[in-house]
Design a protein around this ligand. Structure first.
Ligand code: 5GP
Ligand code: MG
Length: 185
């Protein structure tokens, strides 16, 4: 099986590039259907969603705008639970259909924060397009309109997602190897 080592950790391939591309195309198809005539603003959450967003937007055929925001909540492989400031949203969202584009919704804390902030700023229709959802780890009630793939509660890298800054460039998804029985003593 194909594996990669990033810093101190070993990951093995779990989702192929082909499967990823198929899932992206499915999400785009739903968006093209649902949001035709709504002039949506796509709000891409950096850094993790850059690859999903670039692939998704190539399949979105309706008139739309795209902008980027930045924040982070992870250190290493564990959620810190602390969501840092959102910055970079200069466009007015008042009265608009906004589609938040995320790499992954885990606990949902990050998304709750983003959706709350968009609501405060007066967006009229807030939708979420996330590439991954970890349903077993979801703790918050957030809109999840477009979910490309549902995955178990394990740490992954690739397709925009990093481990300590590395692995974002991988075109497949790799899952953290659980420790071998020799290591657990
Ligand atoms: P949440 O606030 O939903 O718990 O976490 C969302 C953020 O945590 C995501 O945007 C992503 O940056 C990070 N995250 C959650 N799960 C994973 C994972 O398995 N791998 C990586 N690399 N990041 C993750
Ligand atoms: Mg993210």
């Amino acid at each position: 099986m194909k594996t990669v080592t990033i810093k101190d950790k070993e990951f093995s391939i779990s989702i192929s590039a082909e499967k990823i591309q198929e899932a992206v195309a499915n999400v785009a198809e739903q968006i093209n259907w649902d949001l035709a005539g709504k002039d949506p603003l796509f709000l891409v959450v950096l850094n993790g969603a850059f690859m999903f967003a670039a692939d998704l937007m190539r399949h979105v055929t309706i008139p739309c705008e795209i902008t980027f925001i930045k924040l982070s909540s992870y250190e290493g492989t564990q959620s810190t639970g602390v969501v840092k400031e959102i910055f970079g949203l200069n466009e007015s969202v008042a009265g608009r259909t906004v589609v938040v584009v995320e790499d992954i919704v885990d606990t949902g804390i990050t998304m709750e924060r983003i959706v709350g902030s968009l609501r405060e700023k007066g967006a009229s229709d807030i939708r979420v397009a996330t590439f991954f959802l970890k349903p077993d780890s979801l703790k918050r009630d957030v809109p999840l309109n477009y979910v490309a793939l549902r995955i178990p509660n394990q740490f992954i890298v690739g397709y925009g997602l990093d481990y300590d800054g590395y692995g974002r460039n991988l075109k497949e998804i790799y899952t953290l190897q659980s420790k071998s029985s020799e290591e657990i003593k």
